[in-house]
Design a protein around this ligand. Structure first.
Ligand SMILES: [Zn+2]
Length: 284
């Protein structure tokens, strides 16, 4: 006998079953969605470079997602992440000088790692890799005159060569530790580019955690990767290469050399490294 109450209960029961079925379906769909996203992200992170180039733009991996000048295919070969900036360095050591010590290399790594520069992986900093140190048979001299002109280009063409760098040319930065003959500065770096010269005599400071060659190498390598600042960021009368404060300034206070300035941070975070264009690749 069908009473109105029994019919109401049956309706409620049917509704509860329908809701439970929907919840089960939603749960299954959610699991499928998570699986699909996982499989997609695993697949997309291992797309071979040749295939990647042929994919439609919407699904193609960016060629240099972290804007460190190292292409995705190279980062995959090297085992480095294309989500975090890397800086590869080959150090050339003038005959009268000694290579970077392990303490100096550790300082260099920690200085760059601690820079507040943004990366796609959400972790700040730049990973510096000293690939090797190459002792030279001679001690080249960088001579910078009062007007600022120097023999930098000559030294670059002698040291930063295909013979010395092989396939690392225009990928790794070459730093020459040697004699710097100047009354005002202790090094020079291509602005932008891939070569720098730094005074080879080490000085240890009591008040700051970085030795002189670490600061010199950092200053000149920043010139390499930042290049010229826009007018609004810099003291134009002193050229476009230096900031008012921080390790890229010509500050007289050693404490200024332990950090990078706001403009340097902004440029490296938003644009990344300056990379060689077709016009400059021969001079990188
Ligand atoms: Zn400088």
């Amino acid at each position: 006998m069908a009473s109105p109450l029994r019919s109401l209960l049956a309706t409620i029961e049917a509704a509860v079953h329908a809701i439970l079925d929907l919840l089960r379906l939603a749960g299954a769909l959610a699991i499928l969605l998570v699986l699909a996203v996982t499989i997609y992200s695993m697949a997309i992170s291992s797309v071979p470079p040749q295939l990647n180039r042929q994919l439609p733009a919407q699904v193609r991996q960016p060629i240099d997602a972290d804007h460190d000048g190292l292409r995705l295919s190279l980062e995959q070969q090297l085992g480095t992440s294309d989500q975090h900036k890397d800086l590869f360095v080959v150090v050339f050591v003038g005959h009268d000088y000694r290579p970077l010590t392990s303490a100096e290399q550790a300082q260099l790594t920690s200085f760059w790692a601690s820079m507040p520069v943004a990366n796609p992986d959400g972790r700040d900093g730049i990973d510096v890799h000293v690939l090797r140190q190459v002792p030279l048979n001679t001690t080249p001299v960088l001579t910078i005159d009062e007007s600022g002109s120097s023999n930098f280009d000559t030294l670059r063409s002698q040291v930063y060569t295909q013979r010395n760098l092989g396939s690392w040319r225009c990928r790794a930065h070459g730093v020459l530790l040697t004699t710097v003959d100047s009354r005002t500065v202790s090094g020079e770096g291509a602005t932008p580019g891939h070569f720098a010269v730094v005074e080879g005599t080490p000085v240890t400071y009591r008040t700051i955690p970085y030795d002189s060659r670490v600061i010199g190498v950092t200053h000149e390598l920043l010139h390499n990767v930042v290049g010229q600042f826009p007018d609004s960021y810099t003291n134009v009368t002193a050229g476009h290469a230096h900031t008012y404060s921080g390790v890229l300034s010509h500050a007289q206070v050693p404490g200024e050399y332990t950090y990078i300035s706001g403009p340097t941070r902004t440029i490296l975070s938003s644009r990344g490294f300056v990379t060689p264009s077709a016009n400059t690749i021969n001079a990188c």
